[in-house]
Design a binder for this molecule. Structure first.
Ligand code: SF4
Length: 405
């Protein structure tokens, strides 16, 4: 990826989503791979002013285009609920947002008043970072809340009238046993959440944990351990009537799925936010001060990568396989009536069908139970290395000269 201004996302956007990144946290978890920074009043004020300016810069180019979802992540988006409310108001006043508004919540920053504000501000889906139901494991990974706080947060959110409530749990944690994990999943499902999303702990070399351990690459947790924990979550979620909706997620039937990463075209606002338009993938500078300094004179894009039609199709397929399903009609809706999913990717996907990882049925490729684990393991091999290189450089340099992916 190279630096440089990217053309405004004019007519090339197809049902885009919007992502807003609020990079502040009250506690910096050592394992965290995301772009986050310790909360500071003055820096938050500079960030907020710049984010409003970035919205104003982007809005004219998205004029007339319906935005199908708004996702707010971080960081801890509710670190300042007043600032968050102002940004949501501004986004809604400048853009036509027709779909859900989804937000990530931290158990220690979501009292009942905060949940009320979010509902009044039009938030429809929330995700709670419970991470574990074990005090021992939460301490081990450096979280600043206990298990009771996390579970209480999930219970309160589930009762608060949102369209969908997701809870995040982490697994493959140091010293975590299968029994610990079984207990974590049961406790969270008992809170009445609509969706469960699970993530293995990946140690990125650039994270505080990775630096402390002197890592040079992202070690994958042992396959057998990941498989047994995923199988356990799958069994417990299905016992409660949930269906698998992505490699690592299960949801109640009929509930809207909470997902940050699977919109095809999206526009990112805030430090480190990425955007995918029909012609470019680009990321904003990760550095909050550099972000604030750049605006309003120019867009704070640090690196960009031109995306041709073939690369865009591969990108689409990557995320559809993550969601366990790639359908012909969705492919045609995006790439034109003459585009053929089987014609474009059939030869590449056939060996996965023979191996039993994919099934071709009724005009779509479906990922099987075995494939869900194995295909994602392959995706991990590629994506963790790519994230490590891109995010590692961008966390160290506000305006990198280039990053080879
Ligand atoms: S895991 Fe969440 S709360 Fe912890 S530092 Fe990262 S963004 Fe902040």
């Amino acid at each position: 990826m190279r630096p440089g201004e990217v053309p405004p996302p004019a007519g090339e956007l197809h049902r885009p989503g919007l992502y807003l990144h609020i990079p502040f946290c009250r506690n910096l978890c050592p394992f965290c791979p995301y772009n986050r920074i310790a909360y500071d009043d003055e820096l938050f004020a500079r960030f907020e002013r710049a984010a409003h300016e970035e919205i104003d810069l982007i809005a004219p180019h998205v004029d007339g285009c319906e935005v199908v979802s708004l996702y707010v992540g971080g960081g801890t988006p509710t670190v300042r609920t007043d600032g968050l409310a102002r940004l949501l108001d501004h986004l809604r006043s400048r853009l036509t947002i027709i779909g859900d508004t989804c937000i990530e919540l931290h158990p220690a920053n979501m009292d009942d008043a905060c949940l009320d504000h979010l509902r009044e501000a039009g938030v429809t889906q929330v995700s709670i970072g419970v991470q574990s139901a074990s005090d021992r494991l939460l301490q081990r990974i450096g979280r600043n809340h206990d298990a009771a706080t996390g579970l209480d947060a999930a219970r309160r959110a589930a009762r608060s009238g949102f369209d969908s409530v997701n809870a995040d749990l982490m697994f493959a944690l140091p010293s975590q046993t299968l029994e610990d994990w079984d207990c974590d999943v049961r406790e969270v499902l008992d809170c009445g959440v609509d969706q469960l999303s699970t993530y293995p702990l990946f140690s990125f070399p650039y994270s505080d944990l990775g630096k402390a351990e002197g890592l040079h690459r992202v070690p994958l947790p042992p396959a057998r351990r990941v498989r047994s924990m995923l199988d356990c979550a799958d069994r417990l979620a299905r016992e409660r009537g949930m269906e698998r909706c992505a490699v690592w997620s299960w949801a109640k039937p009929g509930k809207k799925k909470f997902s940050s990463v699977t919109r095809h075209h999206y526009i990112g606002i805030g430090p480190s936010a990425g955007s995918m338009t029909g012609s470019h993938f680009h990321v904003n500078t990760f550095d909050v001060e550099a972000y604030a300094d750049a605006l309003p004179d120019r867009r704070p894009v640090a690196l960009s990568l031109p995306v041709d039609r073939r690369l865009e199709m591969v990108y689409w397929l990557y995320w559809r396989l993550y969601e366990l399903r790639a359908a012909d009609r969705d492919f045609r809706a995006l790439f034109g009536e003459s585009a053929s999913l089987a014609g474009t990717f059939g030869a590449m996907l056939q060996p996965f069908c023979w191996a039993g990882w994919l099934k071709r049925d009724d005009g779509e490729y479906r990922v099987t139970h075995t494939g869900a684990f194995r295909i994602h393991r392959l995706q991990n091999d590629y994506s963790l290395d790519y994230i490590d290189r891109l995010w590692g450089r961008c966390r160290n340099e506000a305006w990198p000269r280039a990053v080879d992916l």
